[in-house]
Write a new protein. Structure first.
Length: 149
């Protein structure tokens, strides 16, 4: 679970998070984003992220083609947080896998990664196994919203 600075981190540090998300939604894994030497109204970049953010990118990356990757790690990051919370709430890895709709093995892998770096306390084998009560919990949970599930 090594954290590395990415192209998106560099872009976000200059243009901001929201502008970076817009670039990902437009260009993500499909091509590169041309950053004009001087951003002006009518440029695609300006239409996508606004003039102030485009100007900042032009100052830092004038005339460059920036490769824009997809946010591949977002689902994994979200799953880690959900897994940690569900395990802390007493759910087994099997139950968590059903709730998150990922394999039980993937839940166990992500748990192990979080244990190794110290994000969570080690989870014992009994917690890793368990009965398949996720469907029952989901249906009978009184805190669940009545509509929209």
């Amino acid at each position: 679970m090594e954290l590395r600075n990415t192209t998106l981190d560099d872009i976000a540090s200059v243009a901001g998070f929201s502008a970076t998300l817009r670039l990902v939604s437009w260009f993500g894994d499909l091509g590169s984003c041309y950053v004009p030497v001087e951003a002006k109204e009518g440029d695609l970049l300006v239409m996508l992220i606004g003039l102030p953010a485009a100007r900042k990118l032009s100052e830092h990356f004038p005339g460059e083609l920036l490769p824009i990757p997809m946010l591949q790690d977002l689902d994994v990051t979200n799953n880690r947080g959900a897994i940690a919370k569900l395990i802390a709430a007493g759910f087994s890895t099997r139950e968590v896998s059903h709730i998150l709709r990922i394999s039980e093995r993937r839940v166990q892998q992500l748990l192990r990664e979080m244990e190794v770096v110290g994000l969570i306390e080690p989870v014992g084998p009994a917690k890793r196994r368990g009965t398949d009560n996720a469907a029952v919990w989901w249906v009978k949970n009184p805190n669940r919203e009545a509509e929209g599930d």
